[in-house]
Design a protein around this ligand. Structure first.
Ligand code: AMP
Length: 304
């Protein structure tokens, strides 16, 4: 049994009101894998990098016991590169550069050792590659979670609608939910999106938490109010990794476990934003995570 994650493994250059980085390691699968590995083992990645990525950067995954048999290294080519800039309101960002590089003709390989996958996170990348990955697993996983973003709604709308028909859970942010549904109300947006294929929908609202829709119910999770947010990059992916990592750990899919999974996702995302890039997600202890969950519980518990 395993948790398989596909997504970008990238270089990012980030600017926030608190600083600026040159190329640092990022990517959807990177953040999601690092988050999930705190909750479940084995985590197996599928992705592609260029020769420029280097062994030292791959060591980030190896040191966390994350398996890389499905990660292709393309000789003489460059890794996916993304650059973004956040302003004072860090819920919004401008994408400055998206260079697909190795992602442009990425053909995902699903190694034999990954065919035991029962939890699959189709992290953010080309919808057509997400669909191909799913089709290359001989056994349909117990749970398929898909994360995507506005870039793919703008550039690969039909492919995205096609792959959505095959997933159990979709995670997107509020602006993307509105774009996908054409509805402003998030309740109406959820009704619309749940007819497109996913049984459950999670709408992430940055520092305002997340909403889970499904089984005719809604759950609202807070985001932890943090004094210092340095870099929101990867929070959505860390959320998705924490979410599916928790469900893989408990092994039963129902609305109550999904609620808890949303809290675990929110907790991992709250760590992610405390430092630039992957730094914070590489240094956590189980005790850090337990304490944070306790803070989440205390934050919104009430007894009328
Ligand atoms: P998030 O902040 O959760 O949306 O994720 C940011 C990460 O997604 C960065 O590390 C980027 O490398 C990666 N990323 C940015 N644009 C894309 C894209 N179009 N497809 C896949 N990954 C992307």
């Amino acid at each position: 049994m395993s948790l398989v994650i596909i997504g970008t493994i990238a270089f990012d250059a980030i600017e926030t009101p608190f600083g600026k980085t040159d190329k640092i390691v990022g990517g959807a699968a990177t953040f999601a894998g690092l988050a999930a590995a705190y909750l479940y083992n084995p985590v197996k990645l599928i992705g592609v990098v260029g020769e420029d990525f280097g062994d030292e950067n791959l060591g980030i995954f190896k040191s966390r016991d994350i398996q890389l048999d499905g990660v292709q290294i393309k000789k003489g080519e460059k890794s996916f590169f993304w650059s973004g800039k956040y302003h004072n309101d860090m819920n919004n960002r401008d994408t400055l550069v998206t260079e697909l590089n190795v992602l442009a003709d990425f053909d995902p390989v699903v190694p034999e050792s990954y065919q035991d996958c029962n939890y699959l996170l189709l992290g953010n990348l080309t919808p057509q590659v997400q669909a191909t990955t799913l089709s290359r697993l001989r056994k349909k996983p117990k749970l398929v979670v898909l994360d995507t973003m506005n870039f793919w709604m703008d550039t690969a709308w039909d492919d995205l609608l096609q792959v959505l028909k095959q997933v159990d859970v979709l995670t997107i942010n509020d602006a993307e939910a509105r774009q996908l549904s054409g509805e402003y109300s998030l309740v109406k947006a959820a009704e619309h999106i749940l007819k497109l294929g996913p049984k459950y929908l999670i709408i992430k609202k940055g520092e305002h938490g997340a909403l889970l829709f499904g089984d005719g119910q809604i759950f609202s999770a807070p985001a932890l109010p943090l004094a210092d947010v340095y870099d929101p990059t990867g929070a959505g992916d860390a959320f998705a990794g924490g979410f599916i990592g928790y469900l893989a750990k408990v092994g039963t899919i129902n609305f109550n476990n999904m609620r808890n999974a949303v809290i675990l996702g929110s907790a991992l995302a709250s760590f992610c934003v405390e430092k630039f890039g992957t730094e914070r997600l590489r240094e956590l202890t189980q005790e850090d995570i337990n304490q944070r969950i306790a803070r989440f519980t205390a934050l919104s518990r009430f007894d009328i």
